[in-house]
Design a protein around this ligand. Structure first.
Ligand SMILES: *Cc1c(COP(=O)(O)O)cnc(C)c1O
Length: 228
């Protein structure tokens, strides 16, 4: 795949500036960080972005991600799994990733916990289906407390917060997700409950204004995707 390095680096600087402006506008004490979503993009692009200072990368498709993780294993990249998780994928996610954003069921969390044994704890976020839609993945808000209670006992997972993909532009999904995040913080008092993964290329500033700690940005950095 042909790509233009100077374009990539310009995009990256623009996204960093926009994120910085959003953090300042929101008066954030600890600024929201940037997860570069590199799905469908080649390892060479990830390497160039890493060299420009980007540490955290997000991938959705396991087989594709494993190839890139292997090709880049000389770099101390922090890898985030942000795709949907089927049972037969948990072993590789537990083995090769540093974060997982898309836990939605106890059975998946349990497998990840077992398969992570012997490694440092896997940073874990629960994906919430904040708009309660059949077509969306994620744990329903009502089911969240019981999933948290189960995950609190998993010593190989470090439960750090929530992730959301709102389905309607202009809804108050970010506001409601932040409220849920705060409610769970108050209720469970988990020591490491510090992460709210929300916002993408199109709504990064709005997400930061509403309490996101990590925005997941693909297109605005890497350009349009040719598939998926
Ligand atoms: C692809 C993807 C992103 C990035 O979306 P862009 O609109 O390209 O920034 C963020 N989060 C998830 C879960 C994704 O699948």
């Amino acid at each position: 795949m042909h790509w233009d390095e100077s374009k990539l680096l310009i995009n990256y600087q623009q996204v960093l500036q926009a994120l910085d402006a959003a953090n300042q506008a929101a008066n954030r004490q600890s600024p929201a960080g940037l997860l570069a979503v590199s799905k469908t993009k080649p390892a060479t692009m990830i390497r160039a972005l890493y060299e420009a200072g980007q540490q955290d990368f997000g991938e959705n498709y396991l087989q594709e991600a494993l190839g890139k993780i292997d090709a880049l294993n000389d770099l101390p990249i922090t890898w985030h799994y942000i795709g949907s998780i089927q049972r037969n994928k948990t072993r590789d996610i537990a083995k090769y990733f540093d974060w997982v954003h898309t836990i939605e069921r106890e059975v998946i969390a349990k497998r990840l916990n077992e398969q992570r044994a012997g490694l440092p704890p896997l940073n874990a976020l629960i994906q919430v289906n904040i708009d309660d839609e059949d077509s969306k993945s994620g744990c329903l808000p009502d089911e969240l407390p019981s999933l948290i209670r189960a995950m609190m006992n998993y010593e190989n997972l470090r439960l750090r917060g929530l992730m959301v993909i709102p389905n309607k532009a202009g809804s108050d999904a970010f506001v409601r997700t932040k409220a849920l995040f705060d409610e769970m913080a108050e209720r469970f008092k988990l020591p490491q409950w510090d992460s709210l993964s929300m916002g993408m290329s199109g709504d990064m500033a709005e997400a930061v204004a509403n309490g996101s700690t990590m925005v997941r940005v693909g297109t605005a950095i890497f350009g349009a995707r040719e598939y998926a």
